[in-house]
Unconditional design. Structure first.
Length: 701
């Protein structure tokens, strides 16, 4: 059966998941058996692995010779060395492109390539044509001389500087952070030619660096004036006719629990005891769809952004602030329109009934997570009984969720304290409180039940278009690598059925808590998993162990939630969505997933920038950290106190000649055999903190 698939597609390579789909294999046990069979076929030289995790049938010599005559198209992914990989559509096989064969292609370009060789290690090719430019704008530092100027780009995906004619500077000066648009790249030129389109300010200036981060990821820093004008004209009054259409929760104990610096309160909880002894818990979500009309200027801008962006020193909202922080924000003692999920819950947290629909609320109190936590810990203060009842129910819901296979990822984040100029005063790990878990559990419940309501019914004549949040099963090879890695620390993980994986994964994540290697292992565990994305094609959520899951609870900051609100309202009225809602829905999902990826990358960059900025005044100071990565040129150390990560270069280790041992994830001394291993605790001194390059260099203390 396996060979039949490969013979049908002799030029295509398959990974485990793709082959399992071709063979109709669904259980993890069958997939594990498939993995063993594939590896045996490689040993028998029936298959080759063009790249790790991919398999292709061995071709005879005559067919192999024709391999180099083929041209294919794909998207190019540049690496820092100047070489690249081209990913092909409907294939997980990447074609390696040597540095001198990229033919002026830039990262993200759609290119035509000619395959030049295929070995057991990897296929290679050369770019023969750029079909479509992927990215034309780059940020960086401008260098101006008497006769010419050039941009040293921020992007590691741009291996060359961009030449800027003096007539295209638009007043920009040497040392400034700017945005440059590539106009062309003549065939005989060494560098692409560009023009300055925006000046951010001097390199190292806070606003200049943050704006460069945003534009470097093709994200906005402000709203167009016409969108702001339309937002200012929105009718924010709540008419009595609108109230009569809604279920009224004013007068029911209702409150929000959010971070201390939050302004966009998009969810509130209400609770009251019913006569039948059940708890009525309302998950009330800002009714953004009431104010944002499909196709309007505000809606178009929100779609383009697709998400709010949370940088260290600012929020770039998806909606204009008059909506995100005022009209839609569930501020206390104000009537607010909501879309709610209301549950009748027994003391053992079993859901007895549910209701979804439009509501009006008035929040009684705005709590921070710390304030809610105080009530959980000491049982005192306003709304103490309500918060503790919700917490008790949440603890039970959480316990049931993990018993059914949810994986408990708990990666530590960092929290900055900034002065009035945005400079970091302190940075420390941010740990999840019981109050965080309380909110998380009820949001998960609402998201899950909304997705089930739309997707689970089997009596539908046809599948109803909907936006799901899916999380695929992990790649078996990544799981094996993770299993091998954690074995060094004495942890064991079993790979087999889904239940076996989630049970042992949770056991490892529980055992590692409080250990020096905790954040390292939790980070690698997350990387082992697939990336969650939006799609209309539901396959469930592996990490949560939910068969149906969506995003309903944050329409102020996530566009998919706004789509879900619109679709849910239509379906609750037994209607069919308008073509404008359902047509192109999968493309909308892909766009939102891509924007989410960009926003996350910008958030990571802003954290790195602020961490370097924080340590700039601490050069020469000693810290304790954990080795978080090992490479041929040194090892990375994550500091325990503040989670800042820097590089100890191998050239700075002068007590021996060290080499990289890739099998054991360590640097090993040739003479004295001392090692620096992943997870080792080490004392370091900060050698340099370069805010422009966003790099930290450490030396061993």
């Amino acid at each position: 059966q396996i060979l039949r698939v490969f013979n049908k597609y002799p030029k295509k390579s398959f990974n485990y998941k793709q082959l399992a789909k071709q063979l109709g294999i669904s259980s993890f046990e069958q997939k594990a058996g498939l993995e063993g069979a594939l590896n045996q076929m490689v040993n028998k030289k029936l298959l080759i692995k063009p790249r790790p995790g991919n398999f292709q049938i061995v071709k005879n010599k005559k067919k192999n010779e024709s391999f180099t005559d083929r041209s294919v198209t794909g998207v190019i992914d540049m690496i820092a060395s100047g070489a690249a990989y081209v990913s092909l559509e409907n294939s997980d096989t990447d074609i390696y492109i040597p540095k001198d064969k990229t033919f002026h292609a830039l990262h993200g370009d759609t290119v035509e390539i000619r395959l030049t060789s295929s070995t057991l290690r990897r296929p290679e090719g050369k770019v023969v044509k750029v079909i479509q430019q992927g990215k034309s704008h780059y940020t960086g530092i401008l260098n101006v001389s008497k006769d010419f100027a050039f941009l040293a780009t921020d992007s590691p995906k741009m291996p060359t500087d961009i030449f800027v004619p003096l007539g295209k500077l638009k007043g920009a000066k040497s040392g400034q952070k700017v945005l440059v648009n590539i106009m062309n790249w003549p065939e005989d030129a060494k560098n692409p030619i560009g023009e300055v389109v925006e000046i951010f300010g001097m390199a190292g200036d806070n606003d200049a660096e943050i704006n460069a981060i945003l534009h470097g990821h093709e994200l906005p820093s402000s709203f167009p004036k016409n969108v702001e004008l339309v937002a200012a004209q929105i009718d924010t009054s709540i008419k009595s006719a609108e109230i009569t259409k809604r279920r009224d929760f004013r007068g029911v104990a209702t409150f929000t629990i959010d971070p201390e610096d939050a302004k966009d309160f998009d969810d509130a909880l209400s609770i009251r005891k019913k006569a039948n002894g059940l708890w009525e818990v309302g998950v009330h979500i800002a009714d953004v769809s009431h104010y944002v009309v499909p196709g309007s200027k505000i809606d178009q801008e929100a779609y383009t952004r697709a998400t709010s962006i949370y940088l260290v020193d600012r929020v770039i909202p998806m909606l204009p602030e008059i909506l995100s922080n005022q009209v839609c924000s569930l501020r206390p003692n104000e009537d607010k329109l909501c879309f709610s999920a209301v549950f009748d819950i027994a003391d053992n947290s079993e859901i007895q009934s549910q209701w979804f629909g439009k509501t009006i609320i008035s929040s009684d109190r705005r709590f921070t997570y710390a304030e809610a936590q105080q009530r959980i810990e000491n049982g005192k203060g306003s709304f103490n009984e309500s918060i503790n009842t919700l917490n008790r129910l949440a603890v039970s819901l959480r316990k049931n969720r993990f018993e059914k296979g949810s994986i408990e990822f708990d990666k530590v984040e960092v929290k900055f304290q900034l002065d009035e100029k945005g400079n970091p005063i302190s940075v420390a790990p941010k740990f999840q409180l019981d109050s965080n878990k309380l909110i998380e559990e009820f949001m998960l419940l609402a998201n899950k039940r909304v997705a089930e309501l739309i997707g689970k019914h089997t009596n539908q004549k046809k599948i109803r278009p909907f936006v799901y949040r899916i999380h695929d099963s992990p790649d078996p090879e990544k799981l094996k690598a993770f299993q091998l890695f954690i074995k060094q620390f004495g942890y064991e993980m079993k790979i087999g059925s889904r239940e076996m994986i989630t049970t042992t994964m949770n056991a490892v994540l529980t055992a590692v808590k409080g250990k020096p290697e905790a954040n390292l292992i939790e980070t690698l565990a997350i990387r082992t998993m697939a990336k969650a994305v939006y799609t209309t094609k539901n396959i469930g959520h592996y990490g949560l162990s939910f068969a149906y899951y969506s995003h309903f609870t944050s329409p102020i900051r996530r566009y998919p939630d706004l789509i879900v609100h619109r679709l849910l309202e239509t379906y609750l009225k037994n209607g069919a969505p308008e073509n404008s809602l359902s047509l192109g829905l999968e493309d909308d999902c892909k766009h939102c997933s891509e924007q989410e990826r960009k926003a996350e990358a910008a958030e990571r960059d802003s954290i790195k920038y602020k961490q370097v900025q924080f340590l700039q005044d601490r050069v020469g100071h000693e810290f304790t950290g954990v080795i978080s990565g090992v490479t041929t040129f040194g090892f990375f150390v994550e500091l325990i106190d503040n989670k800042c990560e820097g590089l100890v270069r191998i050239s700075s280790l002068d007590d021996d000649h060290y080499t990289f041992d890739k099998d054991n994830f360590c640097l090993r001394g040739r003479r004295y055999k001392d090692t620096y291993n992943l997870g080792d605790k080490v004392d370091i001194v900060i050698k340099s903190a370069d805010v422009i390059k966003k790099q930290l260099d450490f030396v061993i203390a």
